[in-house]
Design a protein around this ligand. Structure first.
Ligand code: HEC
Ligand code: HEC
Length: 357
């Protein structure tokens, strides 16, 4: 899955942080962020393809453990109150169940936090795809003023103050030149990304039914829902939430306008992908989310505007919200009967998986 354009992913992560914030120290940037340990093989559960790994950041036991510790650490936020796990709660499917998460000082953004699970399969991260890799994504929340509001230099300083962090960075990525700290933004981003690559979930009832050949794994209603989901004359959901003969990512990794997030005046309140590309046709377009584990990640859509899966299905039945940029594949589905609509929900509920082996 050769989706990494260059090998310089971790360097890109550092420069991304430098774009977001002006404070970047030269020495930190020069510190190699390549893991020194033995690369581990990431096992994937039934229904999911192997996880692509950038050549300069193969996951190791050391970087994955460090990444998990970082994910849970509040030191990544300016006042040490917020961790990645504050919004991506491991015990809640790596979401927090609110429409808009609270960052530092209770500040709120304007997009719903997606799960960090299976994020390894997205070609572009964030609802608008503004980051090209998990390494490039990680500095975003750390420096976002309504999320963790820290600075790269501040984070490096706060972690370096504790010898247990210095030791773990050294073990994972090798020592720093004498008198310098082994902690760097590039290394932080690389470790977080490797940890996130282990958060894959599959082997749901649907996977056991479809890929595992266990015809009793789905209830009859969920099995009918699957037919509605993939039948072009019925739901045709699979046009964007795609699957192939061996795997189902349930995302085409592309951006579509469904008319979500429109105000009472019928205006798009978030231009989505357009903010990144400035292409007219990208107005109000968001990346197709995977539907794996979707039953546990309410509320839904980039703005968390739909509270239940039934509301989502009703939204599609209504044909989304009409606007000049609505995707051609989005049409009213009023021909779906009541039981067919309910079966779609049952199918979506059968996508709840198990952690990777
Ligand atoms: C204050 C809440 C908050 C915190 C803290 C936070 N995130 Fe997020 N995260 C979000 C929101 C909201 C989005 C979606 C933003 C967007 O798309 O514009 C997001 C998006 C993501 C994505 C992209 C997922 C996708 O489907 O594209 C990943 C990966 C991620 N966060 C990981 C992290 C990591 C790693 C940290 C810690 C360094 C972190 N987050 C801290 C709220 C948070
Ligand atoms: C034209 C492509 C397209 C088609 C067809 C499509 N979807 Fe989606 N789906 C998307 C996009 C894009 C989003 C995110 C929109 C947003 O956030 O504003 C989404 C969001 C969702 C979500 C919310 C997931 C989350 O984590 O918030 C669910 C559930 C969903 N779709 C189910 C379906 C079902 C069921 C069908 C068929 C009736 C369907 N989709 C058809 C593109 C599509």
């Amino acid at each position: 899955m050769g989706r990494y354009r260059t090998a310089a992913v971790t360097a890109a992560a550092v420069s991304a942080a430098c774009v977001w914030l002006s404070s970047c120290s030269r020495t930190r940037e020069a510190l190699p962020a390549r893991p020194t340990g033995v690369p581990i093989v990431l096992k994937t559960p039934l229904g999911l393809p192997p996880v692509a790994v950038p050549p300069d950041n193969p996951p190791t036991a050391g970087t994955v453990a460090l990444g998990e510790r970082l994910f849970l650490s509040t030191l990544l936020s300016a006042d040490h109150s917020i961790s990645c796990a504050s919004c991506h709660k491991p015990e809640r499917g790596f979401v927090d169940g609110t429409q808009f998460s609270s960052g530092i000082g209770g500040k709120k953004g304007d997009r719903n936090a997606p799960s960090a699970r299976n994020a390894a399969y997205y070609q572009r991260l964030f609802w608008d795809g503004r980051a090209g890799s998990l390494e490039e994504q990680a500095p975003g929340p750390m420096t976002n003023p309504v999320e963790m509001a820290h600075t790269p230099a501040g984070i490096e300083r706060d972690l370096s103050a504790d010898s247990s962090w210095r030791k773990e960075f050294e073990q994972a990525f090798g020592p720093a030149p004498a008198g310098e700290s082994p902690v760097s933004m590039g290394r932080i981003a690389a470790a977080l990304a490797s940890y996130e690559r282990t958060l894959v979930r599959g082997k749901s009832a649907f996977d056991r039914y479809w890929f595992g050949g266990d015809k009793r794994a789905l209830t009859p209603e969920a099995a009918r829902g699957f037919e509605v989901f993939r039948n072009p004359g019925k739901g045709n959901c699979v046009a964007c939430h795609v699957m192939d003969s061996k795997y189902a990512l349930f995302t085409d990794n592309r951006f579509h306008n469904l008319g979500t997030g429109m105000n009472a005046e019928g205006e798009l309140t978030d231009l989505g992908r357009y903010k990144v590309t400035r292409h007219e046709g990208d107005q109000g377009a968001f990346r197709t989310p995977s539907l794996r584990d979707v039953a546990g990640t309410a509320p839904y859509m980039h703005d968390g505007s739909l509270k239940t899966l039934k509301e989502v299905v009703d939204f599609y039945v209504g044909g989304g919200n009409a606007n000049p940029h609505r995707d051609k594949l989005i049409k009213p589905l009023t021909h779906l009967s009541g039981p067919e609509r309910a079966s779609l929900v049952a199918f979506l509920e059968a996508l709840t998986g198990e952690d990777a082996p």
